[in-house]
Ligand binder design. Structure first.
Ligand code: PGA
Length: 261
């Protein structure tokens, strides 16, 4: 796991945008794994800014797979993750809606929605680079504490903590769905490069547990310790509880340029 201490959320956004762009330049038909929530927004804004300025690569042949989706929202709800990703990123990058996939929350198909999503991921050869956030309770995508480390895409129930954390996107706590479809922890580990973004003091404890604590279903994000290529982009506040922060800084400062992230 490579931990990269950065100055703040905007710098995290620039470095994450560099990573995404370099994957798309190398492989114009890349499969991008996208996350929602507040943390990836500076990355998305930076990608869109560069694209509009004519600096970014073409995203025409890219495919995107969302990490998760709410279950129980009315069709077309602005806070559905399908709508959020289109609004915050893919529409502005010129990626056709048909090239952006998410778990299907329609009531009739819920029983096999997970299997169908796994099959769709497999059919495109898996995700090249997956953006991830971390929940204040250590969740990864919507794999809440206690989720099986071997889990695949399936329906899950949100914790009260997560519903409260996400209430800011809705009118009230009551409007936050209880159920979601989420890629499992084993699904996430299949992506070739995982990029975890963490900013703000609210993530410090969960991030330290994920990066330096034991691998445990009690902190689902700790499963990242099993992956061969994880980049963790943290700002000072989110990294404040890391015991080895100074070492991560030394490693990054001394990193040969040819290595990249
Ligand atoms: P946030 O959510 O980016 O809105 O903090 C992250 C998460 O819940 O995984």
């Amino acid at each position: 796991m490579e931990v990269v201490p950065l100055a703040g959320a905007e710098e995290i956004g620039r470095v994450a945008a560099d990573v995404i762009e370099s994957v798309v330049r190398r492989r114009p038909e890349a499969v991008l794994g996208l996350a929602t929530g507040s943390t990836p927004l500076p990355t998305y804004r930076e990608l869109v800014r560069r694209h509009r300025a004519g600096e970014g690569p073409s995203y025409r042949r890219v495919r995107c797979f969302n990490l998760d989706e709410y279950v129980g929202l009315p069709d077309g709800h602005p806070e559905s993750y399908r709508a959020t990703i289109a609004r915050e990123l893919t529409d502005d990058l010129g990626i056709e809606p048909g090239r952006v996939a998410g778990p299907d929350p329609s009531p009739a198909g819920l029983a096999d929605a997970g299997e169908r999503y796994e099959a769709a991921l497999e059919a495109v050869g898996g995700v090249d680079v997956q953006l991830l956030g971390i929940g204040s309770d250590g969740h990864l995508a919507f794999n809440e504490p206690g989720s099986s480390l071997g889990s695949l895409t399936r329906i899950k129930t949100l914790t009260e903590q997560t519903r409260q954390d996400n209430a800011r996107f809705f009118g009230s706590l009551e409007e936050v769905p209880h159920h979601v479809l989420t890629q499992g922890l084993a699904t996430i580990l299949r992506a070739r490069h995982l990029v975890l973004l963490a900013s703000g003091a609210g993530k410090a404890e969960a991030l330290a547990a994920a990066v330096e604590g034991p691998v445990s279903a009690s902190c689902p994000a700790s499963v990242l310790q099993h992956h061969p290529h994880v980049t963790v982009l943290v700002d000072d506040a989110a990294g404040a509880r890391l015991d080895r922060l100074d070492h991560y800084r030394e490693v990054y400062d001394a990193k040969p340029a040819w290595q990249g992230l």
